[in-house]
Design a protein around this ligand. Structure first.
Ligand code: DGL
Length: 276
């Protein structure tokens, strides 16, 4: 009998932990491997080629660890690399394995959230430049109007643990004002970067109560649960022990101490290199 293996969760750094947390809440029975490419993050300002190469290396690393299912818990990697890896690389590497991203489940939820049908997307430069959100929204909900805003400083605020400090307000206010100026009818703002939930308090402070924020964690977790229900052939290959192991391309101590800001618990980490 084939042995069962953990579900892989990948992010450029810490942001994917906000997705992992919700996935583990919803599907605690499975085993997970989380890997962050912290040594090369942030991905947001890298070129398409670099993001694609780094993500592909990470996916191959998860596959060498046996994972049959890998979630790209990173909008930048989902926007820039997912489609190419699914269409070009996966058929060659192993057509039996699966890679899922975070953009589709987020977009699918929008018609239940917006009333005005005017949507704002907040993300990294890479995600916004890829136009993945407007393209995906146009496919599913062509009646919706979409504006986007790249927030290049927001990931750095989180990665440097400055997100709760006073200086963060300037950058948060600036991008919120920018996007709402582009379309005053926006009633729904998508936090299209897995780091952004950590900025929630400050984002709320600078927004009117009328505007709804879309967080991806629960949406991705719900969509994964549906996926596993619809694909028992994949679900049956995922091991169920309720464990989670953490890996990073940075030094262990640095990852572990920042990860505890995201997860509010202490974790053990192992340093890895995606190329080996
Ligand atoms: N957390 C990643 C995302 O969702 C981006 C962080 C980065 O720029 O590396 O887009």
């Amino acid at each position: 009998m084939e042995c069962k293996t953990p579900i892989g969760i990948f992010d450029s750094g810490y942001g994917g932990l906000t997705i992992l947390e919700q996935i583990r809440k919803r599907l605690p029975q499975y085993d997970y491997i989380y890997a962050g490419d912290n040594a090369r993050s942030p991905y947001g300002s890298h070129s398409y080629e670099i993001i694609y190469e780094c993500t592909l290396q990470a996916v191959k690393w998860f596959f060498r660890r046996g994972c049959r299912l890998v979630i790209l818990a990173c909008n930048t990697a989902s926007a820039k690399a997912l489609r190419t890896i699914q269409q070009k690389d996966l058929p060659v590497i192993d057509p039996e394995r699966r890679i899922l991203g975070v953009i589709r489940p987020t977009v699918e939820s929008l018609n239940k959230i917006t009333r005005s049908t005017h949507i704002g997307i907040l993300g990294t430069q890479g995600t916004i430049a890829s136009r993945s959100y407007p393209i995906e929204i146009e496919k599913l909900f062509p009646h919706m109007t979409v504006e986007s805003e790249a927030c290049p400083m927001w990931v750095s605020l989180v990665e440097n643990n400055e997100h709760d400090k006073q200086g963060a307000d300037y950058f948060i206010k600036q991008h919120l004002e920018n996007i709402l100026k582009k379309d005053i009818l926006i009633d729904t703002l998508v936090l299209a970067c897995t780091h952004y939930p950590l900025l929630e308090k400050k984002i709320r402070k600078h927004l009117s109560g009328e505007i709804r924020l879309v967080y991806q964690g629960q949406l991705v977790a719900e969509s994964l649960e549906n996926y596993l229900r619809r694909h028992p052939e994949i679900a049956l290959k995922c091991s169920k022990g309720g464990s989670c192991r953490f890996y990073t391309t940075e030094v262990e101590e640095k990852f572990a101490s920042m990860a505890s800001v995201f997860l509010k618990e202490k974790i053990e980490t192992e340093r890895i290199n995606f190329e080996t």
